[in-house]
Design a protein around this ligand. Sequence first.
Ligand SMILES: [Zn+2]
Length: 477
Amino acid sequence: MPRRAFASPAGKPIGWACRFAALSTFSRRCALLFGLVLVSAVVVGAAGCTSKTAKIDPAKRVVVLALDAGTWDLLDGYIERGLLPNIKRLRDGGAWGPLESINPSSSPVIWTSVATGKTPEQHGITFFVRFPDGKTGNPVPVSRSLRKTKAIWNILGDADKDVAVVGWLITWPAEEVYGRLISDRAHYGDLKDESFPPNYMAQLKPIGTDTVLAAMPSFMEMTFDPAKVDRNATDPEGRINYLVYDRFVRAYARDVFYMEALERTLDDGALPDVLFMYLRGTDDVQHGFWKFMEPELFEGVSEAQAEAFGRVIERYWGWTDFQVGQILERFGQDRLVMVLSDHGAGAAVGKNKVVTKEYMHLSGSHRKNGMVILNGPGVQPGTKLEGASIYDVTPTLLAYLGLPLAEDMNGRVLGEAFTACKNGCTFEHIASYETGLGEGGGLGEAGGENTTSPMDEKVLEGLRSLGYIDDSAGGAP
Ligand SMILES: [Zn+2]
């Protein structure tokens, strides 16, 4: 595929009409207080509120690229060394900064907060697994059935915006959306409710080990033996073999699956108004291979191992950056591109050490600050974002797409990223999106029972190796 530069159309004002200086601090409350008055088309001028509200501009479209565990602590250096040309281009032509995460630092919880604008208590996904009897019994991985609130793709669908959701955490069982949704368990294959429309990816089989073996030399110098994958191996070679399986082979196979799923989705009919694409391998490799990148911080890493595996993380980021380029090739420049992560990453040493009873391959662990980039029409290039939070993602997307904000969401619009909001913006608010659930709606107030699947053991295998199931891990992964 030919590659072309993704240039940012700098300075093009967006359609937010309401530009009022010095309104930013109280505009939200103002809009709340006078919301009904505004709807009644009564002009409120004396109080300093705007009489204009955000307008829906159907031309506005968005690509959201969710890259797990992305952190400027790593990416800055990689960009400087020219390893991430696509992310560099987006950053340099856009608004960017750290993205503050939440506790527990558990990706399913955080990505659900990103997609709902709600706290874990509000949306119902509070950990990686559920124990049938509270804290005991066989753990079951959490599923979308437990989600109590709408995701942004439900809200967008209700507003006739066509969505594609690919691989986003805790989207299985797939729900009906206005568009297409490939759930986060589709890569296991042969699973009921893996996508919407049903069986949408039935022809796409799980990625085989052969594909991974063929790619492996571009990431590490090692002869991996698929026949010798043993979780309980005690000899050094066996342990490394399992580490590579656990932290690379599965991760790469999964990311390749969702890239292929995305390609098929984009080949099928019109491009979606809003794409939500999730890639997870960057978190797997940071957990598994950090000690080889910084062997001086760890005991027992040989020179040969550091040589063989020391660049897996940066190479995986290079591969991921290439995928970012491939995805953006498919879209025009008339879209907002948002790149973000759920949390950062760092060496699992000192207070960041992950202590568990299980043998695990954790030498990297999570950090509070992830990353965010906004690039595209209306974005003021070179804006450094301060104090952005994972809760701000959904409000920002709603505002950009001309939809009202909801009072029961927690974040704010990252207005400073947009040229039109240089002097502050006000936005229309409604109380909540959780009423009047339409066809594409979530589960509403009631939530639901967790859904089990024949793949639960496979899902658990991955969680176990991350320590998610072991209480003593303290949620650190
Ligand atoms: Zn993680």
